[in-house]
Each structure stands twice: as structure tokens, then as C-alpha cells.
Design a protein around this ligand. Structure first.
Ligand code: MEV
Length: 429
């Protein structure tokens, strides 16, 4: 297992970073060509993925370093346009690895299919009839997608709820049947939708009602992944701030998010800064993950924090996260987009559950990165340092010149490309 701690990665050229990755992860020339080809996703493939294609859209792909999760090293590919995110995740992962790493878990992986039934003459009888025919319905769902049963998955359970029983409008009254499916290593949207559509006629026959919607629920609360870290305060000290001050600032920041939706949305956006880039880099459906995560943040009736930060008896900072994580490592774009395949290889991911564990750990790290900065120097200092580097590069700086020009831009409080060009010219003379 190669260490994800790669000192100096930040200062290497892109080619040097690629070479190091190739050597560290035994990537083949073909896999590397996917990284170096421009565009990595061929027009032909893209044209077959969606409609009305006119091109492909690139994002920077960076590596989140230093992650140790359940004792394993992970170098995490992150596709994102926002500066500071990858650096911040890597910074926190370095702190957490000194504290023993993240512990993550993904206990159950069941995806939910919903079938809406309306117009039953007696909803209670219809519900009972469906429950009486549970085995028939579950078998029919499995027959609609036999390959998942062969892979060891398939329907695991079924339940039925009556919604709006007492509503005046018959539009509102309905039965909702859920099928719970072990989709193995796939996200499973197509599988669930196929199963739900296949059993709809049987549901109508049993209930005497009419089925309208037959679709996956993105509220994947039977596919939860969680992660935890415990950090001694001395590892958190920064600048003029003691570790205890940082710890307390993080806990106060968490309590703010837990009590105020205005703050919680921004707090959670910061968590998704860590989650989405991996979901995207692995070819997964980030809208599904986003929708499920935000709904889960409101599960107690008020939209709140996706994480929880507290202190234990020894004074350590304890961070926890739990989110629905409907991701896969087979199916969808995960094996079509060449960079998704490469991302999974770099992480050496062997199951969807493992991917989910990595994703929530990075979300937790990202949250701590933001809270630590916000509770101490503020985020602009770090942002400006990174932004000034990009501006220096855009102004023509390269190699060791980048840091020199970036520092001058900050010192002169003029972080713009025109100024960077001027400074680059001066530097060259
Ligand atoms: C910016 O992309 C994310 C933050 O606003 C998150 C937060 O406020 O916790 C820094």
C-alpha cells in the first residue's frame, strides 16, 4: 500500500506529478493516456452519453493527499473548479493521519424504489394485500433484473405506507410501496427503475388501484455511510491560536450550523466541496448525492449540520458525519468515462461501500478545513494565497517564479493578471 503522504507534490510540475502517480499506482500507459489525452472523454463517447452534444467540458482534476481511512492509504482524485478545496482537504487529512486516521463505515447498501398507487377503494385492505403478496412482488422484481441476483444482490424487503388518508382531495390519497434492493456495487438507478416498472402491473392487479410513478428514491437512507475522527488539540494549533482555541472554535461553529439553517447551508456546502469532486471524478451522479445529503440534513425536522463536532473527556476534538451515499463503481459513467475508471484505480477502490466511506471521510475533512480557517484567520488568507498563485501563472510565471510573483501580488495588494504580467517581465530582466 503506497503512502498517500507525498511531500512536495504541491511544488511539482504536472508532468512530475503524473509520473509519480504512474509509478506509485502501477498505472498502465493506456490509463495514463486517458489523463494526458485532450479531451479525455472522446467526442464519440460523449455523443453517445447525452443528447445534442457539441463538445466536452473539462474541470481541473487534483489529488487529495494524506488520507488514511480504516488504516488504508488513499490518494483521492477530486474534480473541482474551486481553489483551496484540494489543499484544505489534504491539510486536514495530514492532521488526522497523525491522530490515527479516519474510521469509516458503510453498514447497509440498499437502494429504494417507489411505486405510487392511487384510487384504491380501501387503502388499508390494499396495503395488507400487497404485504400478503410480498414474496410474489419481490420475486417478480428480481425476475426483471436477474443479473443482480446472480451477482448476489436483489430485492431484500418491501413495505407500504398510506399517505394523506384523510385528505379531501383524492389526488392526495395514495399508497406508496417501497422495494429495498441490494444493488451490490452499482448505484442502481436503472436497476431500480426497471424493477419498479416491471412490478407495477402486478401492484395494480393486487390493489385494484392505478399506479402512476415508479422510480428510484434519491433519499438513500438505507445506504448510509459514516466517518469519524478524533484529534488531540495540539495537532490543531495554528499561528497564534492554541489547539484548544481551534477545537473550541470548531465546536462553536458546528453549534451555529446545528441551530441556524442560514449557516447550515453554507456549512454543508463546504462539506459538499469535498464530496462532489470525488463523486464527479468517479463518474457518479452528484445531483443524486447532493439531493440525498441535504434531505438527510433535515431529517430531524429542521435543516441542520451534516457533521457533528464535540470534545471527548480527554479534550480531543471529535468529528462525525453520516450521509446517504448512493454511489457505485460499476454501471453508469463509472466505466464509460476514462477518468472515472482511472480515479477508481488510483484509489484502489474495491467496492461501492469502500468508495462511500472514502467520500464521507473527505467531506468530514473538508468541513474541518473550513471551520478551522473560519474560526481562526478567516478563509480569505488561504484563498488569496492560492488565488495569487493562479494569477501569477496566468500572468506567465512558471517554476520557482510562481511563489515569488504570488507573494509580490499579495504584498502589493493587487491580485490581477495585468499586474502579474508586469511583475513577470520585471523578474525576467
Ligand atoms: C466555500 O466554498 C465553503 C465555505 O463557505 C464553507 C463554510 O463556510 O463552512 C468556506
Amino acid at each position: 500500500m503506497k503512502s498517500s503522504r507525498i511531500p512536495g507534490f504541491y511544488n511539482m510540475s504536472v508532468d512530475q506529478r503524473r509520473k509519480l502517480l504512474k509509478d506509485n499506482y502501477d498505472l498502465t500507459d493506456e490509463q495514463m493516456s486517458n489523463l494526458t489525452d485532450n479531451p479525455s472523454l472522446s467526442l464519440d463517447k460523449a455523443d453517445n452519453m447525452i443528447e445534442n452534444v457539441i463538445g466536452t467540458f473539462e474541470l481541473p482534476l487534483g489529488m487529495g493527499l494524506n488520507f488514511v481511512i480504516n488504516g488504508n492509504e488513499y490518494t483521492v482524485p477530486m474534480a473541482i473548479e474551486e481553489a483551496s478545496v484540494v489543499a484544505s482537504a489534504s491539510h486536514i487529512a495530514k492532521i488526522v493521519r497523525s491522530a490515527g486516521g479516519f474510521e469509516a463505515e458503510s453498514r447497509e447498501r440498499l437502494m429504494i424504489g417507489q411505486i405510487q398507487v392511487v384510487g384504491c377503494s380501501n387503502f388499508h385492505e390494499a396495503k395488507q394485500d400487497l404485504l400478503d403478496q410480498k414474496d410474489t412482488l419481490m420475486n417478480a422484481a428480481n425476475d426483471a433484473y436477474p443479473s443482480i441476483v446472480k451477482r448476489g444482490g436483489g430485492t431484500r424487503d418491501l413495505d407500504v405506507r398510506i399517505l394523506n388518508e384523510d385528505a379531501n382531495s383524492t389526488y392526495s390519497q395514495m399508497l406508496v410501496m417501497h422495494i429495498y434492493v441490494d444493488t451490490c456495487d452499482a448505484m442502481g438507478a436503472n436497476m431500480i427503475n426497471t424493477m419498479a416498472e416491471a412490478i407495477a402491473p402486478i401492484v395494480e392487479e393486487i390493489t385494484g388501484g392505478k399506479v402512476y410513478l415508479r422510480i428510484l428514491s434519491n433519499y438513500a437512507d438505507r445506504s448510509l455511510a459514516s466517518a469519524k475522527c478524533v484529534i488531540p488539540p495540539h495537532l490543531l494549533a495554528t499561528g497564534d491560536f492554541t489547539g484548544e482555541e481551534v477545537r473550541d472554535g470548531v465546536i462553536h461553529a458546528y453549534e451555529f450550523a446545528a441551530s441556524d439553517p442560514y449557516r447550515a447551508v453554507t456549512h454543508n456546502k463546504g462539506i459538499m466541496n469535498g464530496i462532489d469532486p470525488i463523486v464527479i471524478a468517479t463518474g457518479n451522479d452528484w445531483r443524486a448525492v447532493e439531493a440525498g445529503a441535504h434531505a438527510y440534513a433535515a431529517k430531524d425536522g429542521q435543516y441542520g449540520s451534516m457533521t457533528r463536532w464535540s470534545r471527548d473527556e480527554a479534550g480531543n476534538l471529535v468529528g462525525e458525519i453520516e450521509l446517504p451515499m448512493s454511489v457505485g463503481i460499476v454501471g453508469g459513467a463509472t466505466r464509460v468515462h476514462p477518468l472515472a475508471e482511472l480515479s477508481l484505480s488510483i484509489m484502489n477502490i474495491e467496492s461501492a461501500a469502500e468508495l462511500a466511506e472514502v467520500i464521507v471521510s473527505v467531506g468530514l475533512a473538508q468541513n474541518l478545513g473550513a471551520l478551522k480557517a473560519l474560526a481562526t484567520d478567516g478563509i480569505q488568507k488561504g484563498h488569496m494565497a492560492l488565488h495569487s498563485r493562479s494569477v501569477a501563472i496566468a500572468g506567465g510565471a512558471s517554476g520557482e517564479m510562481i511563489d515569488v510573483i504570488a507573494k509580490k501580488l499579495i504584498d502589493q495588494k493587487e491580485i490581477r493578471v495585468g499586474k502579474a504580467k508586469e511583475l513577470v517581465e520585471q523578474y525576467k530582466q
